[in-house]
Design a protein around this ligand. Structure first.
Ligand code: MG
Length: 389
């Protein structure tokens, strides 16, 4: 807390940002601030404090046991939503720093980008949205906003994490539900900040690469299956040119590294060219610009699309992944129905909220917060005749 430290006058981060950042970067001193105003911290910018609040919140730690693509039990080293978040955050920081953007803001946005995901990946989200039809629906970006504004409450001075407007805006801008009342206050600002655009690009960059890695690791596909994918083939040629034939222990990580680094280099070059060509010289220019400015070149986009089509057909729709998907969705649906039918089964902390916000939203909050394994356990506790309650 700010009052634990003797205040510097002025805080030392103010000038540091001016020394380091490009003119189109968001500066902490220009932040629209927090819902509940707080005194400046002596040596952390508001965005650094946001980053720390996110890392210390419960929803962040739960990402450890939430499905990215493969369900938790598949093996012990595939990505979970937490490790995906860490990988894409590091890529986001590299790109932000190289472009002269606000690395702290980018980091906070990146670390928070998957906070609102329910258990069992997108299957869980679809199931929860169907359960909530007629009760406001469910979408992970809106739920992330709800987590940081309402559901987490670690601070005595205010509800939620009291994050800056800019970090919350990035969550709201991501939402496909532009009609939702929670999004209204973020509608007028124009295009997302470049820092948010970087996190977005890094998200897709990271999962395209690591989903291939995990699918190979879990034996869902083999390297031979990938030879018709142009992006893989291009990376393979580069790896062979440079290293010749590699042993399996090095082959896969080297291929994945190549998939990542070629995308990062392309993203940096293409984005820098666009910022120059479009004469982007301020945050206002970014806000006013007709299109997103951070992104891959058309050539790289085509390569990524080819790889994503392959992943959809051969990995996301793979029978072993689908078994998890269908089962996860069923667990979510059955838990939802049972808690709505008998809200007295909810833990006290949630049961006390039903009068204020309705049974359905309360059950949805409880379910969305669950990790995969907690949802599976809860299912057994409720439905298995001999399982402890
Ligand atoms: Mg993500």
């Amino acid at each position: 807390m700010a009052d634990d430290f003797a205040p510097f006058d002025p805080p030392d981060w103010l000038d540091r940002e001016d020394d380091l950042l490009a003119p189109y970067a968001m500066r902490a001193r220009r932040s629209r601030g927090r819902r509940r105003p707080e005194a400046d911290h002596a040596f952390r910018t508001p965005f650094q404090r946001d980053r720390d609040r996110i890392v210390h919140c419960t929803a962040f730690r739960r990402l450890m046991h939430k499905t990215q693509v493969l369900v938790t039990q598949t093996n012990d080293h595939h990505r979970t939503r937490l490790t995906h978040t860490l990988e894409m955050t590091q890529i986001s920081r590299t790109v932000a720093r190289r472009l002269g953007l606000n690395e702290d803001l980018t980091e906070a946005i990146a670390l928070s980008h998957d906070l609102g995901h329910p258990p069992f990946g997108h299957a869980g989200e679809t199931a929860l949205n169907e359960c909530m039809r007629g009760h406001g629906g469910f979408e992970h970006n809106l739920h992330a906003l709800r987590i940081v504004e309402v559901l987490e409450y670690p601070y005595p001075e205010f509800p939620g994490l009291n994050l800056t407007w800019e970090v919350r805006e990035a969550m709201a801008q991501h939402s496909r539900r532009r009609d939702a009342p929670e999004v209204a206050e973020f509608q007028e600002s124009g295009r997302p900040l470049l820092e948010a655009q970087v996190a977005d690009a890094a998200d897709s960059l990271a999962y395209d690469a690591h989903d291939v890695d995990d699918a190979l690791g879990a034996g869902l596909i083999t390297p031979d299956d990938l030879t018709d994918v142009p992006f893989w083939r291009a990376a393979l040629e580069r790896v062979r040119q440079r290293f010749g034939e590699l042993r399996p222990e090095q082959f896969r990580p080297t291929m994945v590294r190549t998939l990542i680094s070629s995308q990062v280099v392309d993203l940096l070059e293409h984005t820098r060219r666009r910022l120059q060509a479009e004469r982007i010289r301020s945050v206002e220019d970014v806000r006013r610009h007709g299109e997103v400015l951070v992104g891959p070149s058309p050539e790289m986009l085509a390569l990524k699309t080819g790889l994503e089509e392959f992943l959809r057909a051969r990995v996301y729709l793979h029978a072993r992944v689908q078994r998890m998907t269908v089962k996860g969705a069923r667990i979510v649906r059955l838990l939802f129905e049972e808690f709505c039918r008998a809200p007295q089964l909810l833990p006290e902390r949630y049961a006390s909220r039903t009068a204020r916000q309705g049974v359905e939203r309360t059950v949805c909050d409880y379910l969305a917060g669950m990790t995969d394994r907690f949802a599976q356990e809860e299912y057994l506790r409720l439905f298995h005749p001999y399982h402890a309650v």
